[in-house]
Design a binder for this molecule. Sequence first.
Ligand code: NAD
Ligand code: MG
Ligand code: MG
Ligand code: MG
Ligand code: MG
Ligand code: MG
Length: 340
Amino acid sequence: MAELYYDDDADLSVIAGKKVAVIGYGSQGHAHALNLRDSGVDVTVGLREGSSSAAKAKDQGLQVASIADAVSGADVVVILAPDQVQRTLYAQDIEPNLKADATLLFAHGFNIRFGYIKPAAGHDIVMVAPKGPGHLVRREYESGRGVPVIVAVEQDATGTAWDTALSYAKAIGGLRAGGIKTTFTEETETDLFGEQAVLCGGTSQLVQYGFEVLTEAGYQPEVAYFEVLHELKLIVDLMWEGGIAKQRWSISDTAEYGDYVSGPRVISPEVKENMKGVLADIQSGAFADRFITDQDAGAPEFKELRAKGEQHPIETTGRELRKLFSWVETKDSDYTEGSA
Ligand code: NAD
Ligand code: MG
Ligand code: MG
Ligand code: MG
Ligand code: MG
Ligand code: MG
């Protein structure tokens, strides 16, 4: 059984006694900074010159400074810029301004696990990674709850890295829901695998194939959209509440029988072998290298793949259909304009 932490296992005064710099004000950054502030922590948001987020952070009552100034005054530096820019940001703006004994805190282990950032021996290196999007981290905190977190210590230079990490996890509301002890390696590899094989990559491809098979067979795209995309949320909600078992309990016997006989036919044992290949590329660093090499070159592959995905016919059908349902509150413009 994994080791779990709750509010009683952490002392809020540890982080409240330190100066915290949150670098980046995106999905995670805004949520961490606001939750820390509301938990009584001295927090400064460090942003690039001319950052469009500066006005937003100031409007929300936060102290904003240049990255250099935020870092040089901080006991804890929280790196919440995109993973692919963290290496350069660290080398150029963070490391030269960092106190010798400052703690470095991450929400994902990518740059430490794959060696893109190699902090000096005097720093505690910790991770508090919410298992949910940043906007939920803020919303749950405001309603008195929290998003579960996973917590890890990679380097314990001071001997008190765990106290700092758990105190921080408590301050952002994570220990109201619960924290799970992990390592940078486990978090990084499982996070990448989960999003690639199942949550994002696997699910997106499954939905696109389902849509293609139905529409190529002559069924109406609108009907196909409802069957393979819209209803997915309802099914996943049931799984989330009570596992695959609850989902199967709720659906008709017809659907349940079809699940047993056709699921393994669609997702055949070969798919499991493909997943092992994906995991091997994550573990070896081949995926990280491909991602960072492309990003460093201006992200040509990434941009091409993104454009191709946006052109899939399921997106056209979805855009039209979603205008018709008043009960879907999030408008397309909410995510096309946001950074999450
Ligand atoms: P994001 O893309 O939403 O925001 C990043 C922010 O960093 C921007 O808003 C900006 O303020 C700043 N920024 C962007 N480019 C920069 C640059 N070149 N130099 C300096 N600052 C720059 O990022 P995010 O999704 O919040 O991810 C931050 C970290 O949190 C990553 O390590 C990510 O893996 C991790 N994480 C994210 C989520 C999530 O919900 N999105 C969940 C768990 C962990
Ligand atoms: Mg994840
Ligand atoms: Mg991830
Ligand atoms: Mg149906
Ligand atoms: Mg049933
Ligand atoms: Mg994004």
